[in-house]
Every structure is written in structure tokens, then in C-alpha cells.
Design a protein around this ligand. Structure first.
Ligand SMILES: Cc1cc2nc3c(=O)[nH]c(=O)nc-3n(C[C@H](O)[C@H](O)[C@H](O)COP(=O)(O)OP(=O)(O)OC[C@H]3O[C@@H](n4cnc5c(N)ncnc54)[C@H](O)[C@@H]3O)c2cc1C
Length: 251
């Protein structure tokens, strides 16, 4: 199966020239499955830089029944972001959506960014404001916030701070019909209606395209202490748990 020329033209018609590419050299790095399990294929790379353009793309895909594969940093390692259906899928990269939407406002413990911002950039922004964004994983220099949300990533601090789902206050996404879900709230307690952000988190692009998020920040850690605990058995570890959760610990 390949993409029909009129479908290709329909996507190009709703975008500016910088937002799509058919250049094989430019598309190639997006088609790599880093464990060499297979070679991805797609004749068209879409790379919008704003939410309205993502919505137009999704509307075309929905109207014409063309499958879209969403990609952030392509570090997922399970092939979810690599189109491989014989060249019949269009690749949608969010990497150009890398703006800061809401820079530490309100109580100073939230940060609004677009989906293509890397995890490391968010950590650095938080640090510059004397805050901590605790999600940390080996691919953080390349993995994007959209990818971390869509995989509900955990990382090395997961026991103390939880997975990505617990680090999101609000979310903006384009739903499969092309409608935009405007949920970029900063409220810590928001019990109005369905919790769509939690549903979209971990959906790996199957329920929509994440375009931006309001992230939860924590106070920066100024002191670190390392403790070594000798335990006589696994059950004994339970008694150490409250200590591990104490503010200076990393869990
Ligand atoms: C060395 C290494 C260590 C890792 N360590 C951990 C770890 O400790 N804990 C952990 O949980 N994970 C870990 N991961 C995997 C981790 O989930 C990914 O690295 C990261 O979260 C994916 O981000 P990405 O931007 O690269 O997404 P991609 O790989 O591009 O995409 C991942 C999935 O999300 C979808 N997707 C991407 N962006 C969007 C979007 N904007 N909207 C909707 N869907 C989207 C894709 O279609 C795909 O299904 C690790 C990966 C590597 C390579």
C-alpha cells in the first residue's frame, strides 16, 4: 500500500512549504528503528509548527482515511513512532513545535510547553527558575515532552514522583476528528468533567496528537544525601520506605 498522489497533494495544500517534505534524505532519520528490527517507510514527512496546522493535517487524514504515525524524538525503541506499513503511512513529526507557552506563572510551580520540547530542555528551564522537573531518563536529550506523555514514561525517579501522568496539570491535543482539545489548565485540583489528559497520556498517539502540556514543577533540590541501608530481608525494606520518601531522597 502506498499513499495516493491526490492524498499527498491534500496534505500539502493545508500547509506552508516548510511544514512538509518528500526529500528522502530528510525523511531517512525518522524511519530508523534503532535496534535494527526493521526499516520504516513513508514518502511524506509532515512537520507543522503550530496546533492549528496539526488540526488541519488530522482533518485531511480523517476525511481521506490516511493513517498518520506521530513521532517525537523517536527514542521509544518499540517502533510505535516509526511508520512501517509498506510506505502507506504519513509521518507526523512534532519536533518543530518547541515553544514555551506559559513560563512559570501563577504559583511558579508550573510550566507550559509545546510537545516537541525535549525533556532535557524542560529540566533546564525548571532549574534556571530554581525548580525541579523530576522526570529523568537516559534518552532525555532527544525524547520530547509529547513522546514522554504518550508513553507515560517513568524514568529513574518514578518511585518518588510517579510517571509522566502524575506530572501533567493540563494538556492540549488534536483529537482524531481534527478538533482541538483545549485543556491547558494550571489547576492542581480540577475535577470538572472527564479527565481526558490522563486518558491521552499513555495512549501512544492512538487517541489524539498531544500538542502542548502544562507540567508540574517541584522545589529544586539544594542538598543531596546518600544513605546506605543494610537490610536483613525484603520485608525489612518496607520499614525504610518512609525514609526514602523524605524530601531529600530520590526514591
Ligand atoms: C536509552 C533509553 C532509556 C529509556 N529509559 C526510559 C525510562 O527509564 N523510563 C521510561 O518510561 N521510558 C524510557 N525510555 C523510553 C521512553 O518512553 C522514550 O524515550 C520517550 O518517552 C519517548 O519520547 P520520544 O519523543 O522519543 O517519542 P517517540 O519514540 O517518537 O514516540 C513514542 C510513542 O509516542 C507517540 N508519540 C510521540 N509524540 C507524540 C505526540 N506528540 N502525540 C501523540 N503521540 C505521540 C509515538 O507515535 C509513539 O507511539 C527510554 C528510551 C531510551 C532510548
Amino acid at each position: 500500500m502506498t499513499i495516493r498522489p491526490d492524498d499527498m497533494a491534500a496534505f500539502k495544500a493545508v500547509l506552508d512549504d516548510k511544514s512538509w517534505s518528500t526529500n528522502a534524505d530528510e525523511i531517512a532519520p525518522h524511519l530508523v528503528e534503532w535496534r535494527d528490527r526493521y526499516q520504516g517507510r513513508s514518502p511524506l514527512l509532515l512537520k507543522p509548527d503550530n496546533t492549528e496546522a496539526v488540526a488541519r493535517i488530522v482533518r485531511v487524514a480523517n476525511d481521506r482515511h490516511v493513517p498518520l504515525v506521530v513521532q517525537g524524538g523517536n527514542t521509544g525503541l518499540v517502533g510505535g513512532g516509526v511508520p512501517d506499513a509498506g510506505g502507506g503511512e504519513v509521518l507526523l513529526s512534532l519536533k518543530r513545535m518547541a515553544a514555551v507557552r506559559d513560563d512559570v506563572s501563577g504559583d511558579g510551580f508550573s510550566l507550559g510547553v509545546e510537545a516537541g520540547v525535549t525533556l532535557q530542555a524542560v529540566q533546564e528551564m525548571a532549574k534556571a527558575r530554581d525548580r525541579l522537573f523530576p522526570l529523568s531518563l537516559a534518552s532525555e536529550g532527544t525524547a520530547t515532552i509529547g513522546g514522554a506523555i504518550s508513553t507515560n514514561a517513568g524514568g529513574v525517579h518514578v518511585l518518588k514522583y510517579g510517571t509522566m501522568r502524575s506530572l501533567i496539570l493540563g494538556l492540549e491535543a488534536v483529537l482524531p476528528t481534527g478538533e482541538i482539545y483545549h485543556g491547558l489548565t494550571r489547576l492542581h485540583k480540577d475535577n470538572t468533567g472527564y479527565d481526558l489528559k490522563s486518558l491521552l497520556c499513555g495512549a501512544e498517539g492512538t487517541l489524539g496528537v498531544v500538542t502542548a502540556a502544562t507540567l508540574k514543577l517541584y522545589p529544586a533540590l539544594h542538598r543531596h544525601a546518600v544513605a546506605f541501608a543494610g537490610l536483613k530481608d525484603v520485608a525489612d525494606a518496607w520499614h525504610c520506605w518512609p525514609i526514602c520518601r523524605w524530601p531529600v531522597g530520590t526514591g
